[in-house]
Structures are given as structure tokens and as C-alpha cells.
Design a protein around this ligand. Structure first.
Ligand code: ZN
Length: 219
């Protein structure tokens, strides 16, 4: 005759199994709730529609004519600003619209291109740069500045406030301002003074000219 068949587990283990299983279930439920909340926190602001386009102005001084350009491999909608007269180095870079500074620092690496050594080692990325949040999911970016930005993160700026000086830090061939306007996560065609810039693709080189109307408000 065979002896009593056992599972090999002491009976006591069985009484422990249920509470442990329940604890795992509660833990999984909490993880699921946390995941849903996390997704909601990230997704809800993304789904919220953007506000109306702010009346952006060119990021350079009132009344000056600048060259707006792009080239193959740049990226659609990105605009490089070069002055058509006068020294480019150190020219004031102005806020296109009022907002809050969200980035003011170094993107990539600075490299060594300065007014004294314009052909110095090329850096990586945007060099000294600034991002401004204009509300309604609108944002502008300003890259390759000469020196640390003149603004700090969290600072409120008005349209036309100087945020830095034009330079050639980061991955830049010559002193210029690389500029972008974004709506949410998307880059969009830059608009100035309510008019589109016309730079919508980097499939071909484009060079346009435009006069800045980033002028002090008349009261
Ligand atoms: Zn550029």
C-alpha cells in the first residue's frame, strides 16, 4: 500500500498563499492606477489645443534688414538670420514675443569660434541658446549665441527684450542666429508681424530679406 499522498508542502504554506496573492493584486492595481494617472498627466496637456499664434516679431533690432535663409539638411522651417550690413558678431538677439524663459544655457558644446578666432574649432549642437514659452503651447528658440544668455530660466521677458548676443557657438559655420518657432512638439513655418516667412522646407537653399518690426510699443 502507498502511504498518504502529499504535495510535499506543509499545510501552513497554503494559509499564507491567499493573503500574499491579494497583496500582489492590490500592488498591481496601484501600479495600474499610477500608470493611468501618469499617462493622463502627460497626455491631457498634449491633447489640449494650441492657443492662437502670438504676433511674433523678428528676433533682431527694429528697422534693420536681415537675411533669412535655409539650406539642404538644415531642417524644415528652421531659419538662419544674417545681418545684411554691419558686424554680425555681438548683434543683439531679441525676444520675438513676451514669455517665460524655459532654457538658457548650452546645447551640445560651445566649440571655439569667437570674433578673434572665427575659424576656431566647431562645436556641437546649438551652443549658447534660449527657449521662451509664450503660452498656448507656443515656443521660440534662439541658437549659437556668442556668450552666456542675458536671461535666466524662469525670467519673464517682454517682446523686444535683449536675451543674448549673436555668435557662432555650437555647430555653426559663421556668426548667425538659428531661430525656430514651435507649436506643441511641432516646428511650424515662422511668422513675423503676422506674415509667414516663406521658409517651409530645407529641400533647397533659400535666401530672403526682411525688415524687422520688433519695435518698442507706441503708447
Ligand atoms: Zn540654422
Amino acid at each position: 500500500m502507498l502511504g498518504p499522498v502529499t504535495t510535499g508542502r506543509p499545510a501552513r504554506a497554503r494559509t499564507h498563499r491567499r493573503p500574499r496573492r491579494r497583496a500582489i493584486r492590490v500592488l498591481l492595481a496601484l501600479v495600474a492606477v499610477a500608470a493611468v494617472l501618469g499617462i493622463a498627466v502627460v497626455a491631457v496637456p498634449m491633447l489640449r489645443p494650441a492657443g492662437p499664434r502670438p504676433l511674433f516679431q523678428m528676433p533682431v533690432a527694429c528697422g534693420e534688414t536681415w537675411q533669412l535663409s535655409t539650406y539642404p539638411g538644415h531642417d524644415d522651417y528652421d531659419v538662419d538670420f544674417f545681418p545684411i550690413e554691419g558686424e554680425a558678431w555681438g548683434r543683439p538677439v531679441l525676444a520675438s514675443y513676451a514669455g517665460t524663459v524655459t532654457v538658457a544655457g548650452i546645447n551640445g558644446s560651445l566649440g571655439g569660434r569667437t570674433p578673434e578666432n572665427p575659424d576656431g574649432p566647431r562645436g556641437r549642437g546649438g551652443g549658447y541658446w534660449v527657449k521662451i514659452d509664450h503660452g498656448g503651447k507656443w515656443e521660440t528658440q534662439y541658437l549659437h549665441m556668442l556668450e552666456p544668455p542675458l536671461v535666466t530660466v524662469g525670467q519673464e521677458v517682454a517682446q523686444g527684450d535683449q536675451i543674448g548676443r549673436l555668435g557662432s557657438t555650437g555647430n555653426s559655420g559663421a556668426p548667425h542666429l538659428h531661430y525656430e518657432q514651435r507649436r506643441g512638439w511641432d516646428k511650424v513655418e515662422t511668422h513675423f508681424d503676422g506674415e509667414p516667412s516663406g521658409i517651409t522646407t530645407d529641400e533647397r537653399e533659400q535666401i530672403l530679406r526682411r525688415v524687422s518690426n520688433n519695435c518698442p510699443a507706441v503708447s
